[in-house]
Every structure is written in C-alpha cells, then in structure tokens.
Design a binder for this molecule. Structure first.
Ligand code: ZN
Ligand code: ZN
Length: 467
C-alpha cells in the first residue's frame, strides 16, 4: 500500500512540471549521418547561386522582389518540399532612383554616397559640420546646424560577433533625427561597415514622429576620411548632396513557406529560415541569400532522409526584413495562437561564415536535449555557449511572444566589409563554409523535430536577448 501511495504522489508531482525533453540514441545516429551527408552536399550553394543570378538584387516591394517570391515557390517545389504556400505582407514602399554628392569650391570633387533607406529625396547644398560620434550630434543645440549638413564620422569596429554594428546601426537609425533637432538640412554618416573600399553601405533609417525628414546618406569609408581631412583644413567645406528617392505608396510581398512533413506529429513544426528581400546595391548573396539557401538546403536534406523526424520542418523565406522586420512580424502575428505547435525557431541572417557557437532559450527541462544537439554539432567546430546569442531578426517578434529559439552564430569577421554594398555578391561565399552552415541547421532542425518533449514554446510576453 505504501509503495502504491508513493508512486501516485510522485506521478502527481511529475505532472505539475514538464518532463525532461530527451533525444533517442537512434535520432542521434541519424543526425550524425545527416551531418556528414550535408558537408558533402552543394544544395545550399546551388540555391544561393540560383537566387543571386536569376533574380539578383531584390529590394522589398520592387519588381525583382515579386520575381524572388515566384523563384522561392518554384525552388521549394523543385527541392521536393511537400507543401509550399505564401502569406501576404504589406508595407510602405521605398524607392531609390539616383544619388550623388560633391564637394564644392576650391577642392571640388565627387564623394561616393548612397541614400539611407527611408530617406526623402532632395538636393541640399550646405556647410559640413563633422561630429566624432552620435552623442556629440545629439548634444548639438537646437538650431545650431541651421542650413548645414551634419556628418557623423564614426569608424565601426570589426568583430567576429558583429558587435560593432550595434553602434554603427544606431548612428544610421538615430543620426538623422538628431541632425533634424539641431536644425540640419541634410545628414551624412561614415558607412556602418568595416571595409576600406569606395562602397557606401545602405540600410534603413528612421525619423522620429513629429520631425520633418531630411535627405540622409552614407559615405564610403575612404570618402568619409577624405571629407574629414577637408574639414580639418580649417575653412568651411560645402557639399552638394542630391538624392532622388523616397516613399511611394504601399506594396504587398509574401513570406514564402515550404514544409517537409513530419512522420508522426506533422502539425508540430521546427521553423528555420532567412529573409528573401535584399538591398538593391549588390545581389544580396550574404544578406540574405545565404540564409535562405542554408534553410532550404537543410530542409531538403532532412526531407530526403529514409525516416523523417517526428515533426515537420518548416522553412520560411521572410519578406522585407531590411526595412523593418515586416515578414517576421507578420509571421509572428499570424501564427501566435499556434506558438505551442512551434517546437523551436531559428533564422540565419549573418552572412555565410562558418557557424562557431550554438545556444538556445531552452528551459531547464530541455537543457539536456540542447546539450545532446550541441554534442552532434561539436565536430563541425561549433561550441556550446548557453546564455549567449539570441533569436535571428525575423524570429525575434515571435520569440517575444513565447517561441523557443536557437542561435547558430556565424563568424562575421568580414561580414560588414560587404553588408549592404555593391560588393554583396556570390563570390564572397565559400561553398565549404556554406555547407557547414547547412549541416549545422540540418542537425539542429532534425534533432529538435525528433525530440521527445518540447523546448519551452508557450504563450506569453518575454524579452529575448538581442543578438
Ligand atoms: Zn539580413
Ligand atoms: Zn541587411
């Protein structure tokens, strides 16, 4: 009697907390074989080659964006995905038509410049006022820059984890509003990048509510240095900035989704993806053709397995990440009621460098399973780094509503040499490194999809760490 009572008590106690999530030895064996197969497979590279060659640059809302959506649907089908569909995403449409900048007067010369996404058009001639950093511009008194061009000359730091982009992107997003508050007629910044080529880096900017937007642009690094030297000569330096660009109504694009159905729990999904849109200067190879290719390649390799995982692998090619996470937010909103059916999610959006670290948001009861996944990833040169990293950008909005996430962090040492420039092209991708990424995503997605138990997805507001 006592033994029975004890068993009942233990059973009740276990029911109160989720049981441990585990992964079977058979799944581990299958994932190990999958890993080796992926390392010798070029599906990922062929996918990014196809996208960057056949579609090319594909700015959100453009004619090429629509071609990219058709391309993604056709590619999913060609790769053998069981279900392929689209979900609409509507957003304001921004267009770039032409852009130039020129130093006027005694030292007349052209500057390599590009409009920031979201900038209005306009032609401004004004004296350049240089600021070493964002804080200095933010401290400029109201009206002090009347009729002038504010110029932030911050050099972004190179880092494996891309941490220098935190300040680089803040200068891009917050600089224009600071310039307006000081009365400036236009805004220029040294590009948020780490190269020394005459390639300006574009990227979205933002104007605070209640401010009248001003033409805002980024200079290539050598041109920013040139301008700084001209200013240092001590006489007023006047620049003519001419941008023809701006908002033009709204556009509808699509999240394109493909599924490899699971064998026993097909309504539960592991979501992996990248974003389909790119900026318009390059062909969007590393940002983010690579991410789309990595996720599609991993999905295809899992779909080809003799025995599929229990759950479905869902690959999402997200719409319009670049101008404000529109695709990721739309996906998160549309599927929020199904958060528990989403086993875990991860997005690849940091180029095509090798994955060097893995982490997840797994709660205590799933940490052993996360470690099992890490053990299969380890031979790929991937360290287990619990507590570091965060969800990819398009997974972020859903993660804030309770989606469990994983981070497969890539070596981004040279990512910001090419990011958002004309140099973001296919030749920057090392096919072997891309295959390592596909192997990592395939292993992670397969094991998460075949685990017994979950990784903690549940409805509720959380603040995921910023990657
Ligand atoms: Zn991206
Ligand atoms: Zn980007």
């Amino acid at each position: 009697m006592l033994a029975v009572a004890l068993a009942v008590t233990l059973g009740a106690a276990q029911a109160a907390t989720p049981s441990q999530t585990t992964i079977s030895p058979k799944s581990i064996d299958a994932a190990t074989q999958l890993r080796e197969r992926a390392l010798n497979d070029d599906t990922g590279y062929k996918v990014v080659e196809s996208l960057t060659t056949e579609v090319g640059p594909r700015m959100a809302g453009s004619e090429a964006d629509a071609r990219a959506v058709a391309w993604a649907q056709a590619k999913f089908k060609q790769l053998g995905f069981d279900r392929v569909w689209t979900e609409p995403v509507t957003f304001p449409k921004w267009e770039r038509r032409s852009e130039s900048a020129q130093v006027l007067g005694d030292h007349s010369q052209k500057l390599a410049v590009t409009a920031l996404g979201g900038s209005p058009g306009g032609t401004i001639e004004g004296e350049v006022v240089r600021f070493a950093d964002l804080a200095s511009l933010q401290a400029a008194p109201a009206g002090s820059l009347a009729g002038k061009i504010a110029f932030i000359d911050h050099e972004m730091e190179r880092a494996k984890d891309g941490s220098g982009y935190g300040m680089g992107s803040r200068i891009r997003s917050a600089g224009p509003s600071a310039a307006i508050r000081a009365g400036a007629a236009a805004y220029m910044m040294r590009s948020a990048g780490t190269d020394s080529h005459r390639n300006p880096h574009t990227g979205i900017t933002h104007f605070d509510d209640g401010l009248a937007p001003i033409p805002s642009a980024a200079l290539a690094a050598p041109d920013a240095e040139q301008l700084a030297r001209l200013v240092a000569l001590g006489k007023p330096v006047r620049v003519k900035l001419a941008l023809d660009c701006g908002w033009n109504g709204t556009a509808t694009s699509y999240n394109v989704i493909g599924e490899m159905r699971g064998r026993s729990k097909p309504d539960e999904v592991v979501v992996i993806g990248g974003h389909l849109d790119s900026w318009d200067l390059g062909t969007g190879a590393i940002d983010d053709g690579a991410g789309v290719a990595i996720a599609m390649g991993a999905g295809k390799l899992i779909g080809d397995m003799k025995q599929r995982p229990a759950r479905t692998i869902r690959v999402v090619a997200f719409a319009n990440e670049e101008q404000g996470l529109f695709g990721g937010r739309a996906y998160g909103e549309k599927h929020v009621a199904d958060v528990r059916k989403h086993q875990i999610g991860a997005e690849s959006d940091f180029g095509a460098g090798r994955v060097y670290a893995f982490s997840t948001s797994a709660p205590d009861y799933a940490k052993d399973a996360a470690k099992q996944i890490a053990d299969v990833l380890a031979p790929l040169g991937i360290a287990y780094t619990p507590g570091e990293g965060g969800p990819g950008p398009d997974v972020g909005p859903f993660a804030a509503n309770g989606l469990a996430w994983a981070a497969l962090r890539q070596d981004g040492t040279d990512y910001f040499d090419f990011h958002h420039t004309p140099d973001d092209t296919l030749d920057k991708i090392d096919p072997k490194a891309l295959a390592q990424n596909v192997a990592a995503y395939a292993v992670f997605a397969y094991l998460a999809a075949d685990a017994q138990g979950d990784f903690g997805s549940k409805p509720g507001k959380v603040t995921p760490p910023h990657e």
